[in-house]
Design a protein around this ligand. Structure first.
Ligand SMILES: C[S@@+](CC[C@H](N)C(=O)[O-])C[C@H]1O[C@@H](n2cnc3c(N)ncnc32)[C@H](O)[C@@H]1O
Length: 229
């Protein structure tokens, strides 16, 4: 698909992207982290499509590895957060983390799946599954379409830079091809503008059995993805 131009191009520049995020995001990142990611200090974290690495502002002290396809983002991340993590440039469809397979407690893909066609999205879930220790989890966060969404939110989501925005259930269905446990939460209140997100928590047996209280205001939960799809 042809890359979008204009504002969409400007957003590939780290400084413009950061400004846009600051204006639009409000409390989104804090809520996403505290209610859905729930990182634990010392955990080993893989951040797929890490952008300029700004999520580190909201993470405790963790052992962090991030990668992104955009070299300008990776350079900016390295410059700002090089002391807090490792960064490299890579395409999720081509990246293997063989040396560190099964060593991560947490994999994040924040705002990435809606940039990926189904084949690459499938690669992302497979990469995450290979990266995670048994019982660890992947958390994703993306704009989505869903029944009952306001027309304005639906319109704004449809104008997203990502060209593969899906129905919320379609994200969960893709995840369920790789992860036996998929929980799906739809939120309409995370940004300062009308917008709808779906957050997935994906894992294997034991990923959600202890210390995992349900986030507030969850709308959909699929304790076992295969039950609900
Ligand atoms: C909306 S941004 C999110 C960035 C960051 N995770 C954040 O929350 O600020 C989506 C990111 O996915 C990256 N991306 C898109 N396609 C990718 C691919 N095939 N492999 C790796 N990263 C990709 C983009 O370069 C961009 O940084």
């Amino acid at each position: 698909m042809k890359p979008r131009e204009g504002l969409y191009y400007l957003l590939t520049l780290p400084s413009v992207y950061r400004l846009f995020r600051t204006i639009v995001r409000g409390e989104a990142c804090r809520i996403y982290i505290s209610e859905y990611v729930r990182p634990v200090p010392g955990e080993k974290v893989l951040d797929i499509g890490c952008g300029p690495g700004d999520i580190l502002e909201n993470l405790p002290d963790v052992d962090y590895l991030g990668f992104d396809i955009n070299p300008k983002y990776v350079e900016a991340a390295q410059k700002r957060f090089g002391r807090r993590g490792r960064f490299f440039c890579g395409d999720v469809g081509l990246t293997a983390i063989d040396q560190e397979a099964a060593t991560f407690d947490l994999v994040l893909a924040t705002g990435v799946l809606h940039h990926l066609d189904d084949e690459r999205a499938f690669s992302l879930f497979n990469l995450a599954r290979r990266a995670l220790k048994p019982g660890a989890r992947l958390v994703t966060y993306d704009g989505c379409f869903v029944a009952g969404q306001s027309k304005l939110a639906r319109f704004v989501v449809s104008r997203d830079r990502g060209q593969y925005v899906r129905e919320s259930a379609a994200y969960a269905k893709l995840a369920a091809q790789v992860f036996p446990q998929v929980r799906s939460f739809v939120r309409h209140d995370l940004l300062r503008i009308p917008y709808t997100h779906v957050i997935l928590q994906c894992g294997t047996v034991g990923s959600f059995s202890s210390g995992c209280t349900l986030p507030r205001r969850s709308e959909t939960q699929l304790p076992s993805a295969t039950d609900g799809l």
